[in-house]
Design a protein around this ligand. Sequence first.
Ligand SMILES: NC(=O)c1ccc[n+]([C@@H]2O[C@H](COP(=O)([O-])OP(=O)(O)OC[C@H]3O[C@@H](n4cnc5c(N)ncnc54)[C@H](O)[C@@H]3O)[C@@H](O)[C@H]2O)c1
Length: 259
Amino acid sequence: MAGRLEGKVAIITGAGTGIGESHARRFAQEGAAVVLADINLPAVQSIAGDIEKEGGKALAVKLDVSQKAEVEDAVKTTLDAFGKIDILVNNAGVFERIPSVELSEAEWDRDLNINLKGTFLCCQAVGRHMVERRQGKIVNTASVSASRGGPLGAAAYCAAKAGVLGLTRELAMEWARYGINVNAVSPGATITNMMKSHFEESGLDEQEHARKWIPLRRSNRPEDMTNAVLFLASSEAETITGHDIPVDGGISAVFVGRR
Ligand SMILES: NC(=O)c1ccc[n+]([C@@H]2O[C@H](COP(=O)([O-])OP(=O)(O)OC[C@H]3O[C@@H](n4cnc5c(N)ncnc54)[C@H](O)[C@@H]3O)[C@@H](O)[C@H]2O)c1
């Protein structure tokens, strides 16, 4: 049976571990040629090697999404290798917990540069190609933190992720006339290195947190995120644009506290 992304070419940023790694492996299984773009080149080389051993098509690219020249190089490398780009998944991100009274300007800039500007730079560079082809699917990664606050000191992250949602809606409208779908996903707690270090620093226990705060009483596995992203990246989502799918066990539907 043909995969859901047979013949497609997909760039996935932050594919070196966690949610992005899960996207890359699954997209390849679904028939896409996958470009794994990450600041950590050895990590993506190793995953690309696995994908190729399993008969898939993969290319590892070193990319810091906050650097415009690197983003443009990654797009060129992809076009040289595969001739087109059908799908962009902006997944690369960083999360730092710093109380707002202590947050330095450099720390604010770093967060916004990677989480928000990086998403824009990738959309822009790939979008130029998609506008020319008059087709394409872009899936951005926001967070439950885009629409809710918390007590743990993540002002820059929350602001950046809220920006990702605004950017998603705006690009969706700007590029709808070219047949380009731009959507977002908002992960809730998802078991990856990012979440583990956040929980360690905050002294939270993952299972206790899930029982107490998540209506479905469980965190996501990276694969839960991939199921939503795969849908938005596939032809099944042809008439969906400008939206965000929260994948969060119900957290964003709660009125007050957990139900
Ligand atoms: N894990 C969660 O609970 C959670 C919750 C909400 C949102 N998210 C979002 O989901 C996405 C993936 O998160 P994750 O948990 O897999 O994170 P992770 O830290 O486990 O992995 C992030 C990946 O991004 C790469 N990366 C970091 N900075 C980069 C840069 N400047 N350029 C290119 N690559 C870079 C890292 O090398 C790593 O491979 C992020 O955007 C994150 O904000 C995660």
